[in-house]
Design a protein around this ligand. Structure first.
Ligand SMILES: Cc1ncc(COP(=O)(O)O)c(C=O)c1O
Length: 391
């Protein structure tokens, strides 16, 4: 049973017949053209119909590209260069946005206790650290103070309101409000990265947090299992890409962008991700989390399952998970998570390597119960095999 679903992109599971038919049909008409096709208009309209703030959309081939284009758009619109992002949050493999993706405790604070800008890898240029302000996901007052100071120099704040890597936990309403207010006050563009979290509701994630983003980035489920990325926003924001009158302020294009196969798969997939389908799947997610919580508690297991809607992630220990630092697993705990990942795989269930996962629409009560039972049993066994829970 695949609960990783190609890193949350297959919301209808593998080989979903309507998507296969749609792609087969699209393939007979041509796989790629150096021109727009009707298919991209249909998918853009489907997104706009779900969330009016996604009035216009431009497509690309990955979430990374979408975030990259949104950041460039924000720079083009504001004539500023720096951006802010939240500590421990993943938004793709783009230099600025990778800053402080996975800092270790020894490096994560600067002298004043604020999140430091930490290189992600040897491939991160030093210069991007000065151009990337890092915000705490679960400390609204500190977040407000940093934005008060840095706001006027920022082109964009990039926020995933339900960040997977930072714990698979929702951002608090307080932090969301701090970000929204700072963006309005200082003319910063708010980019909501919903590459994973778009699945949380019919309209996506930002409306659940009263956020009104200038740009929304999506990918994964909007491609029905084929490569995709998208930047959406109100027409006055999206006009930064408009090349109807010559060179746009910011250009966005690519050889396979908006290819008809991804468009057809995405359109078909979204049409089956209806309000009732989402309600059913999110209900299963609640059941899963409740059952696992009760099972852990009955067995005296110090672990938790975070997440909203159909998304979930396992954490070991008794800490209340609120963001990157509380979700951080020191090496011994990370090793235990790795063992649990492999042990549950032996039981026939695939999670992502950090033991997060997603439910998909073909699942029924039976699969949800099975998943809950296996999670409880495997965690109990692996913890029993470990003398003391590290960290
Ligand atoms: C929130 C978020 N943004 C962006 C990305 C990058 O998407 P892609 O892997 O399609 O480049 C991911 C990938 O997992 C993601 O989770």
């Amino acid at each position: 049973m695949d609960c990783a679903n190609n890193f949350f992109s297959l919301v209808h599971g593998h080989v979903f017949p309507p998507v296969i038919d749609a792609v087969r049909d699209a393939m007979t008409k041509g796989t790629a053209f150096g021109m727009p096709t009707e298919s991209e208009i249909l998918l853009a309209e489907a997104l706009a119909a779900r969330n009016p703030r996604m009035e216009q959309t431009r497509f690309c081939n990955s979430g990374t590209e979408a975030v990259l284009a949104a950041v460039k758009a924000a720079r083009g619109i504001t004539a500023r260069e720096r951006i802010a992002k939240f500590e421990g949050c993943y938004h793709g493999a783009y230099d600025w946005i990778e800053v402080s993706l996975d800092p270790t405790p020894a490096a994560w604070s600067d002298k004043s206790g604020n999140p430091a800008s930490v290189r992600n890898s040897a491939g991160t240029p030093e210069s991007v650290l000065r151009e990337t302000v890092v915000l705490p996901y679960d400390d609204p007052q500190r977040c407000a103070d940093i934005l008060q100071r840095e706001g006027p120099s920022l082109a964009a704040v990039v926020l995933d309101p339900h960040a997977a890597r930072a714990g698979m936990v929702p951002v608090s309403k307080e932090t969301a409000a701090v970000v929204q207010d700072a963006c309005r006050r200082d003319g910063i563009l708010l980019i909501c990265d919903e590459v994973i979290s778009f699945r949380l509701s019919y309209e996506g994630a930002s409306p659940l947090f009263d956020l009104e983003p200038d740009l929304v980035t999506t990918a994964k489920i909007i491609g029905g299992g084929l490569p995709i990325g998208a930047v959406s926003g109100p027409s006055d924001r999206m006009s930064v890409f408009n090349h109807a009158n010559g060179k746009p302020k910011v250009s966005m294009g690519g050889t396979f962008s908006a290819n008809p196969l991804s468009m057809a798969a995405g359109l078909e997939s979204l049409s089956h991700y209806s309000r009732p389908a989402i309600e059913r799947l999110n209900g299963f997610g609640c059941k899963l989390r409740n059952r696992v919580r009760e099972g852990f508690s009955a067995a005296g297991i110090e672990a938790s399952l975070t997440g909203m809607g159909s998304l979930f992630r396992l954490h070991l220990g008794s800490t209340n998970i609120t963001g990157y630092r509380t979700a951080y697993a020191a090496p011994e705990k990370a090793e235990l998570i790795r063992r649990i990942h492999l042990a549950i795989l032996d039981e026939g269930i695939l999670l992502t390597p950090n033991c997060s996962g997603a439910l998909s629409t073909p699942m029924t009560e039976a699969e949800v119960s099975l998943l809950a039972d296996k999670l409880i049993a495997v965690v109990a066994k692996e913890l029993a095999d470990t003398s003391a829970l590290p960290g």
